[in-house]
Structures are given as structure tokens and as C-alpha cells.
Design a protein around this ligand. Structure first.
Ligand SMILES: C[S@@+](CC[C@H](N)C(=O)[O-])C[C@H]1O[C@@H](n2cnc3c(N)ncnc32)[C@H](O)[C@@H]1O
Length: 192
């Protein structure tokens, strides 16, 4: 387990406090934007870096058949308590699935936390296992001092990510479309 994952392992009980709010927020975003993506309510979906499972749960509530995954055992425990089918999976080892195994792959707030080489591996692997679309829910280019301060403390790759997305995704997909879901966040909708 690398230090980044270890950090999430230890903060999992604290992260759980936000589960209900996160699920409400993600569900609203999904309902507002699903029709723009070509994703259908009975599609299969793999969620990477699920944490406590809020994004995965929201897709499930919209009807999709969801498999949640995370590398941090503490997060997996919370995710299962939240009623999700969740397996331990470290993205950096590659995704143990075949080409096009899921119609959709999603990841919320995973990409900006990773260094460029790991983000590129995320794009490559998600493009391989997704048949229809890959959705990255993550920060937009609009900087926010509060987010900047928190991400700085966390030692994430927030500034680098918002400076180079969606361009850095394009070599791995046929098309990358950006949907602004609110002022601070985008859906990067990528087609393999
Ligand atoms: C910021 S949290 C987001 C959690 C969730 N998607 C959400 O929106 O609440 C990032 C998650 O990615 C997971 N993660 C980080 N690196 C990972 C890796 N290499 N493989 C799988 N999961 C990873 C962490 O354990 C953490 O649960």
C-alpha cells in the first residue's frame, strides 16, 4: 500500500461522515447529466477508487449494475457497510478484467490525487475495460482557494491536473467531452 492509499485507509471512518451528503449530491448530478452521456440505466459499471462508495451507490440508485473497488482496506470496509459489492483492487497493478468487460467505468476524485504516470495508467486501463464510456468526476479549471489549500495539505496533484486535463486524457481515448456539472467540477466523458 503506498502512502496515498494508506492515508485513505486511516481517514475512512471520518470520510464516512460525508457519505449521505455525497450520495445526495452525486445522485443529483447523475440525474441531471445522464442523458448527455449515452449511458443507459441498465448498463454495467466499474467504479475505481470508490472510497466509502458514494459515487458507486448513486449510479446503483440510477439503475446501473455496479462493482465498487478501492485499494484501501478501511474504505472497502465502509463501502461494504454501505451495501455495495466492493473488491480490493490497486489500480497500479492493472485492472484484472478483460477488454470491454464493463459498459461504463467511473472514478470520482481519483485522478487529481495521482501523479501523471499513474493518471496515464488509469486512462489506459479504463479505456481498455470500458466498452462505451469512462466518466471522471473531478475538478474543473476554475481555481478555488479553499480547495487549493486542502489539496496542498493533502499533497495531491490538483494544480497539475486542472492545468492539463482534459488534454492529458486525449491520447488514450477516441473522444473526450467536458461537461461542467457545477462551477468547480467537471465530468470528463471519455469514449474508448
Ligand atoms: C478522494 S477519494 C474519493 C473516493 C470516492 N470516489 C468519492 O468520491 O468519495 C480517492 C479514493 O481513491 C482510492 N485510491 C487511491 N489510489 C488508488 C489506487 N492506486 N488504486 C485504487 N484505489 C485508489 C483511495 O483509497 C480513496 O478511497
Amino acid at each position: 500500500m503506498n502512502w496515498h492509499v494508506r492515508k485513505f485507509h486511516f481517514i475512512a471512518p471520518f470520510y464516512q461522515l460525508f457519505f449521505k451528503f455525497q450520495t445526495w449530491n452525486y445522485s443529483m448530478i447523475i440525474e441531471q447529466n445522464l442523458h448527455k452521456t449515452g449511458i443507459l440505466r441498465d448498463d454495467t459499471l466499474l467504479d475505481i477508487g470508490s472510497g466509502t462508495g458514494a459515487f458507486a451507490k448513486s449510479w446503483e440508485r440510477s439503475g446501473l449494475k455496479v462493482l465498487a473497488t478501492d485499494a484501501a482496506p478501511g474504505m472497502i470496509k465502509q463501502c461494504r457497510k454501505n451495501g455495495l459489492d466492493c473488491i480490493e483492487l490497486d489500480l497500479n497493478q492493472g485492472l484484472p478484467f478483460s477488454e470491454n468487460e464493463f459498459q461504463v467505468v467511473s472514478a470520482a476524485y481519483l485522478a487529481h490525487g495521482l501523479p501523471l504516470d499513474q493518471r496515464e495508467f488509469l486512462y489506459k486501463e479504463s479505456a481498455r475495460v470500458a466498452e462505451k464510456a469512462v466518466i471522471f468526476h473531478d475538478f474543473s479549471k476554475k481555481t478555488n482557494p479553499v480547495i487549493s489549500a486542502i489539496e496542498n495539505m493533502e499533497g495531491s496533484h490538483y494544480r497539475e491536473f486542472i492545468g492539463s486535463a482534459p488534454g492529458e486524457m486525449k491520447p488514450f481515448f477516441t473522444t473526450v467531452e467536458v461537461i461542467g456539472v457545477n462551477k468547480w467540477h467537471n465530468w470528463y466523458v471519455c469514449h474508448p
